[in-house]
Design a binder for this molecule. Structure first.
Ligand code: SAM
Length: 235
């Protein structure tokens, strides 16, 4: 099966960082076998990598809209013998994920653009890139680990999370070069406009991508929101 960037998300640097965030902040921390739900599994490689590097014994239920990506993910899971730990559903997360899920993970679509006529339409994150992220934060899960880009209105996103009763319990940040999807002219144009409104933060070639663990306030012990925003708005 050929991996096409129009069909199956392909950005190894980003997927590897998502895998590291999953491993360090989610799978190695969970002393529970509570199921985890994943929005947008892609080709499955981040969760597979994180599972191989941790001793997590629960189940991750991955939802992936794209058929080719979900088939690739299923194949890889089988190759690694991880079928008992990672299950893929070729379905929309919002209409099919279990309503009572307590733990949600995602590297969601976060490309800002006026419409979804993009190289890969399913990466569209609304006008400011934060639309899907906010929809995920509104699901009411106890803990949510999301990838957040500094060019997709991160300050407003954290404010929204706080309004939903979350605190930032942990985060990891990496610099990434603008790549195939984020260099699309329509996206660059939107990002430039957001920068003027202080809703996007980046330098000419680099932006920060963060993995952020949000936890409902009642369960959180430390709040790192301010420290997180200091890093994300630094460029
Ligand atoms: C940024 S990619 C991340 C893929 C993978 N998790 C990774 O990090 O390599 C986002 C993925 O979300 C999927 N997606 C978009 N909307 C979705 C929805 N409503 N339900 C399930 N998956 C969705 C896209 O098809 C895409 O594969």
């Amino acid at each position: 099966m050929v991996k096409s960037p129009n069909q199956v998300f392909f950005c190894p640097e980003e997927s590897q960082f998502y895998a590291q965030c999953l491993e360090k902040m989610v799978l190695s921390q969970s002393h529970t076998t509570d199921p985890i739900v994943e929005f947008g599994a892609g080709d499955g490689s981040p969760v597979i990598r994180a599972l191989l590097n941790s001793s997590f014994e629960g189940v991750v239920q991955g939802f992936e809209l794209n058929f080719e990506a979900s088939q690739l993910a299923k194949l890889r899971i089988e190759q690694y013998g991880l079928g008992a730990y990672y299950q893929i559903h070729n379905a929309c997360f919002f209409s099919n994920a279990p309503a009572n899920a307590r733990y949600l993970i995602a590297n969601p679509p976060y490309l800002p653009a006026p419409d979804n006529q993009l190289y890969m339409p399913s990466l569209h994150g609304g006008d400011d890139g934060a639309l899907v992220t906010k929809q995920l934060l509104a699901q009411g899960c106890e803990q949510v680990m999301l990838m957040i880009s500094a060019y997709s209105n991160p300050v407003d996103t954290v404010d929204f999370a706080l309004q939903q009763g979350y605190e930032v319990a942990d985060f990891m940040v990496t610099p990434l070069k603008f790549g195939y999807y984020s260099c699309e002219p329509k996206v660059r144009d939107s990002i430039a406009k957001l920068k003027c409104k202080r809703q996007a933060f980046f330098s000419e070639r680099i932006y920060f991508l963060a993995g952020v663990l949000f936890r409902q306030k009642s369960a959180a012990t430390v709040c790192l929101s301010e420290e997180f925003l200091k890093v994300m708005t630094a460029l």
